[in-house]
Design a protein around this ligand. Structure first.
Ligand SMILES: C[S@@+](CC[C@H](N)C(=O)[O-])C[C@H]1O[C@@H](n2cnc3c(N)ncnc32)[C@H](O)[C@@H]1O
Length: 558
């Protein structure tokens, strides 16, 4: 409706102007569409239920990976009280909202005709990305893959949530080298991977290791130290002018046999001046030049002029900086995704949209550390879990994964879980990418009602225990009393006390156990219980129960 400003009073017009000034001027504007699962998570306590029969234990000394079946808003809410600030890499491949493929919003398929399809998609993603951001560690990185349908909205949305300064890069991945022939005008070959940091100051994108081919190509020569390539000792490009770094502009003397910084009568003077006569700089200071003159500087006559070169060595360069175009048969989502799944499962049509295993593997190579926790909350067929284990096998890493997928078309139960099981237990036809011993726990999303009934009391006690074990990564049951429970892993124990009167009995139980304890004490008061544990404080750390769980506990038990 057009406003009839002509009829408005002066005061009304001033108020309208103020309102308009406050309105957003640049960025994404959409109609927020409320979502059922988010509303439910506000009134009930979202929790995870351990599906014990699906547990896999194949690496007694290794960490435990997690697969969560359910809606990822729910899962992310739970992870916010178990893994806040703990995740180093989030890799997600949300539905592409193309209109053809079905994705559901509030349990209804969003199709090409839905006039709110973009608004629903952005509302859906925004809610999840905000929860996801608070899971990232200070050096954490989020990677989101998307194609042309929503790249523009995703980039603006991520810029808003993470800040433009934390955008690390946008990579184009050629995932369909043949091109999609049924596209109307252009045969699409690529999709995008958007890389964002929680804080670009602390995030690191690593280099790809040189492979045999790139070593020979980039470092064709060899001396007694290592292979090397050659680059001009005169700097070019950014910051290469004399006035920006005056101390790197100095004369070098060549007497036909040796280089020196000291002038002699028989020597020619060489300055960093290019063919256009522009005054540039050398690459190193005089001190570094003197240190490395014998091993790393070469003198050549080029077009009858003496020119200086420096040796470029692989161990100093450290690898290849990832480029923004990834075009390699390894990234083909058909051969290393669809066909790979069909072969692992020995039947066709397992899942139409898996990523190439190697596209995810390479992403993790440059974005993760060897001990990172990697999260994928649109896990689908579980490629990210597969890539985490394969990369651990390749570089002896100890990364862990947390995967979450809904169970649309039974993808969690019939594809993701059995795939990870094969990767862990082995498939003899694919021994190079399977048979990687690891542990897995399978959880399903659930809620605990917050009304004070006996059923809810029991339910909360059980489920809160599972949540605290996920938080601590301790899943082996040691003691299971009504008033306290003890769990362990290789490194430490978790003790959960449900009645403060049981503290003496608990202390007696742990006296015989060697190792460190994290302890959680449910109580209606705000007592810290430090005094009760004063005598064992070397062994015990009292940890606060996540606020959300405590609030529901107090509502149910008061
Ligand atoms: C594009 S696929 C991801 C494929 C995955 N990267 C792979 O390689 O197999 C997106 C997946 O997200 C799942 N999904 C969609 N909405 C979800 C939600 N709200 N919560 C959890 N999973 C969801 C879908 O079932 C689908 O399997």
């Amino acid at each position: 409706m057009t406003e009839q400003y002509g009829k408005w009073s002066k005061e009304e017009l001033i108020a309208e102007m103020k309102r308009m000034k406050k309105r957003k001027k640049f960025g994404l504007v959409w109609e927020d569409k409320p979502e059922d699962v988010a509303e439910l998570c506000k009134t009930k306590l979202p929790v995870l239920v351990d599906i014990e029969k699906k547990e896999i234990s194949e690496n007694p000394h290794g960490p435990t990976n997690i697969l969560i079946e359910g809606d990822n808003y729910h899962a992310l809410s739970v992870l916010n009280y178990t893994h806040k600030d703990k995740i180093d890499v989030i890799y997600i491949d949300p539905p592409y909202n193309t209109g053809n493929a079905s994705w559901r919003y509030n349990n209804k398929i969003v199709d090409a005709e839905d006039s709110f399809k973009h608004s629903k998609f952005i509302s859906f993603l925004e809610r999840r990305l905000k929860l996801a951001k608070s899971l990232l560690s200070p050096k954490g990185i989020l990677v989101l893959t998307i194609d042309d349908y929503e790249i523009h909205t995703c980039r603006l949305l991520l810029d808003e949530i993470f800040g433009e300064n934390n955008r690390l890069g946008t990579v184009v991945i050629v995932h369909n080298p043949r091109g999609r022939n049924d596209d109307r005008y252009f045969a699409t070959m690529h999709e995008y991977a958007l890389f964002y940091a929680k804080n670009a100051q602390f995030a690191e994108i690593k280099k790809f290791e040189f492979n045999d081919e790139s070593l020979l190509e980039q470092f064709p020569h060899k001396d007694s130290i290592s292979r090397y390539g050659i680059v001009s000792f005169m700097r070019t490009g950014n910051n290469s002018d004399r006035h920006t770094r005056p101390n790197l502009f100095y004369p070098i003397y060549w007497n036909g046999k040796t280089l020196s910084l000291k002038r002699t009568d028989d020597a020619v003077k060489i300055l960093p001046i290019n063919e256009k006569g522009e005054e540039k700089t050398w690459r190193w200071s005089q001190e570094t030049f003197l240190e490395r003159i014998k091993t790393d500087i070469l003198v050549k006559s080029v077009k009858e002029k003496i020119r200086l070169f420096k040796k470029r060595r692989p161990e100093i360069v450290g690898g290849t900086k990832p480029k923004t175009l990834w075009y390699d048969p390894r990234y083909d989502a058909s051969s290393h995704g669809v066909v790979l799944l069909d072969r692992l499962f020995k039947r066709r049509g397992i899942f139409p949209y898996p990523k190439s295993l190697y596209a995810v593997l390479d992403t993790l190579k440059i974005a993760s550390y060897k001990d990172s926790i990697v999260l994928d909350f649109f896990a689908g067929s579980g490629t990210t879990g597969h890539a985490v284990l394969l990369l651990n096998k390749e570089d002896k890493g100890e990364r862990r994964f947390i995967l979450c997928t809904n169970n649309e078309n039974k993808i969690a139960e019939d594809v993701c879980y059995p795939r990870i099981k094969q990767v862990i237990k082995g498939n003899k036809d694919y021994s190079y990418i399977t048979g990687i011993p690891a542990n897995l726990k399978y959880f399903r999303t659930d809620f605990v009602n917050a009304d004070p009934t006996d059923k809810n009391k029991k339910n909360l006690t059980e489920k809160a225990t599972a949540m605290l074990c996920i938080k601590e990564g301790t899943f082996e049951k040691m003691m299971n009393k009504k008033v306290f429970k003890i769990y362990k892993n290789n490194n430490h124990y978790t003790g959960i006390i449900f009645d403060q009167m049981a503290i003496p009995a608990f202390k007696e139980a742990i006296a015989k156990l060697k190792g460190k304890f994290s302890i959680y004490i449910f109580s209606l008061s705000d007592d810290s219980f430090e005094d009760e544990f004063e005598d064992v404080k070397q062994k015990v750390k009292i940890s606060p129960i996540p606020e959300v769980i405590l609030r529901v506990y107090r509502r149910i038990f008061k």
